[in-house]
Structure formats: structure tokens, C-alpha cells
Ligand binder design. Sequence first.
Ligand code: SDX
Length: 444
Amino acid sequence: MPKETVTITDNRTGQSYELPIERGTIKALDLRQIKTGPSDFGLMTYDPGYMNTASCRSRITFIDGDAGILRYRGYPIEELAEKSSYLEVAYLLWTGELPTVEGLERWKHGVRYHTMIHESIKKFLDGFRHDAHPMGILVSTVAALATFYPEAKNIEDPETRRIQFYRLISKMPTLAAFAYRHSVGMPYVYPDNSLGYAENFLNMMFHGREPVGSLNPDSHHSPVLARALDVLFMLHADHEQNCSTSSMRMVSSAFTDPYTSVAAAAAALYGPLHGGANEAVLRMLREIGHVQNIPTFVAAVKRGERKLMGFGHRVYKSYDPRAKVIKYWADRVFEVTGHNPLIDIALKLEEIALADDYFISRKLYPNVDFYSGIIYEAMGFPTDMFPVLFAIPRTAGWLAQWRESLEDPDLKIARPRQIYLGPEQRSYVAIDKRRDSVEGNGIE
Ligand code: SDX
């Protein structure tokens, strides 16, 4: 039986070290014993972007990027998308198991009765410019929630964590819908607890608004659209240690409260390379405008001048399984909303890219963001709401990972090391003895 170790020989000293291998990893701290002498700090790893670093041990989500596999607590995403619901998936992510009939009813009842937000929050919602980006509003308002629930700082108490989980899952759609209604100058629509989770959100968003496309007046109550949105919420619920979830774990490792930590995670998600990609995809498709313009755009991507937004992934080096499910639901949604011509451009763009060696050689495939925005637009969501539609469901993943991190005996405050390349020690220079400012110093 081969030993589960690796032997490293330091050619600077000729000394060898045998390090244990556990689940395909070595402990970075085990490298510190590799020194050239007693004053040597010891070896570290250098891994910008954490391309090859496991930051934690987790039992929540499993991804096999080469095989295009995504499972929440062992359940394949395809099965959950077909048979489950977002609230059931949120329960699964948090507890590790699917709920019983009674358990799901208790959970749904609790969510229903936490959807309201404090009336004072409307005062600072009104303080935003009418054209404030809804993600900027959401990040700010979810952080502000911490000031309404100061007891949430007691993060070591399981009961406190449980209550904040209910509150955040329940209130994110309300904050999101209120941000949108503010941006279009329409009165806030309060949560209607007789409606399902996705249906309630659609109602808070679109009640009283002129329906888009071929939608009939109450089409945002369409069961097809509500189910499609609930499936999209499930697909976006968690994705192991992505940028925003890692931000959640990093910020909360300082024992920061969950509202402020979720705000940090949402801030990371806002980036166009992450959850902001769905918004960037729509802007890209609109810029391309027609299938005849695709070759010119693809040529610019291959010259390195543009990115094909919605393509590529740090982990998936084959088709993102979520994109497949989203494509299926696009047709269902268009049956209600009318066809979105942007999907024709997207399908042609995918066809051309997947036949081009530039993308094939880099293993660039459509990711979750490539098609989701097209559905959201067809449903009547404005483009700048798309990252918000990612943040709402990902709150379940952020919080499940937050709970897991706090219950992890290995938990330590995140504090990476660095490779210092700055100047050696030097003495202070009086201002009249300093030479001219360095050109291009980025400040003057
Ligand atoms: C999400 O991590 C997660 O799990 C995230 C997510 C989740 O659920 O949380 O799945 C959600 O964020 C999906 C990704 C959404 N982002 C986009 O669609 C933006 C476009 N994609 C790229 O920016 C990029 O693919 C990333 C950021 C997603 C991944 O970047 P990596 O892993 O750092 O890869 P890389 O930048 O090192 O790219 C490797 C090569 C490079 O070419 P070379 O320098 O080797 O010549 O591929 C190229 C890149 O230039 N490349 C692209 C490209 N993505 C990578 N070229 C053109 N278009 C692209 N989209």
C-alpha cells in the first residue's frame, strides 16, 4: 500500500522532508519546517487568486469541473431543479438534509413571517438617487440590517445564527424589490405571505406595472414564470468556495455579524467577473446586436481586446451544468413572455465559440451567467437587477457556509501572508531635501 506522503528535498540544504497527504492536499504549515537555517521563516506557498489552495473543508457543495457535476449535499443539481424548490434547497444547504413535510411547512411558515423590513429602512432607500444601481442599494441596506438586529453579533450562539438565517433568507427579496421600486419611482409593494417565495418576489417587483412583451396584465403571477424563477434561484444557491462565498468566510472569520458579512459577499458578487457577469452578458449581446456581427466580436475576443462574458470558469472546464437547465427553462419562459431575440445571438455565439480552437483550447464553455440574463430580461427585469437576482438565492449558500465555518474546529481568522518586494529600511527625508515627484505615481 503506497504511503500517503510526499517527500520534498530542499536542494539548498540537501535535507529531505516527508509530508503527510490528506485528501489530496498537504498542509501549507507543514512547509514552514523547510528552512535554510534557524533564522529562516520557512517555506510558504504563493497562490494569487487561490488557484490551487483549499481554504477550508466543506460538506455542502461538490463540483467536478471536468465532468460538469454540481451537487448540493450530494443531490445532483439537475434532480433538485426538477423536483425541489428554492426554500427546500435553502433548508438542505443549511441543515445538510432534505426536510420532512412538517419540517418544510415550519420552515416556510417562518420565512413568510420574516419578510417585512423595518419601516425606517424606507427612509434610507429614499435617500438613494433614482438611478442608483440596485446592487449598490442592496449591499448598503443589507449591511444596515445589522443595526436593527444588534443581537446578531452573538454569532457563537446557534439559536442566534438560526434566527438570522430566517431573517436574511426572508428579507433579501423584500430589500431587492424595494430597491427596484425606488429606481422606477413606484410605491413599495409589501410582502404577501399568501404567495410562494418566487411569486411573492415577482409581485413585490411588478405589481401594478405595465406587463412587458406579450405578458398579460397579471402575467407576473404566471406559475411558469414563478417556477422558472424558483429554479433559477435553486441553480444560484451555492457554488462552494467562489469569490463571494470566500469573502463571506473571510469577513465572518473575524466574528463579524452575518448581515455585514453578507454585504461583503454581495459586494464581491457585484463584480463583472463574478455575479455581475449576467448583466455584462446582456450588454455584450445588445452591443453585438445581430448574428452577422458575431465574427467581428469573436475576432476582438481572440485578439484579447474583449472577454466573452458568460464564458469560462475557474472550476468548470466543461459545460456548466446550470447553463443546461437554464437553456431548458428559457423556452418555457418565452412561451409566456414572447421570444427574446437576444437568445438567437447567444445560441449562435455559443455555436461559433464552441467550434473555435481559441475557446476549445482554453476550455471556455458557457457558464451560469450566459443564458440567465436573457430569461430575466424576458421576464421584465431591468439589466441592472440581474446581479441582485444572483445575490438573493446565493444568500442561502453564503449563510450555510458561514454556519459551517463557525462550527469548524479549524476556524481561524483569515490572515494571508505575502511576498515582500518593497524597499529595504531607509531613513526619513525632510521635505525640502526630496527630489521631484516620481512620474506616474498615480496621485498627481
Ligand atoms: C460566476 O467561482 C464560481 O463558482 C463562480 C460562479 C458561482 O456560481 O459562484 O460560478 C459564478 O462567477 C461565473 C463566472 C462569470 N464570469 C464571467 O462570465 C466573466 C467572463 N469569464 C472570465 O472572466 C473568466 O473565465 C473567469 C473569471 C470566470 C475565470 O477566470 P480564470 O479562472 O482566472 O481564468 P483565466 O482568466 O486565467 O483564463 C484562462 C485563459 C486566459 O487566456 P490566456 O491568458 O491563457 O491566453 O482563458 C482566457 C483568459 O484570457 N479567458 C477568456 C475568458 N475567460 C478566460 N477569454 C475570453 N473570454 C472569456 N470569458
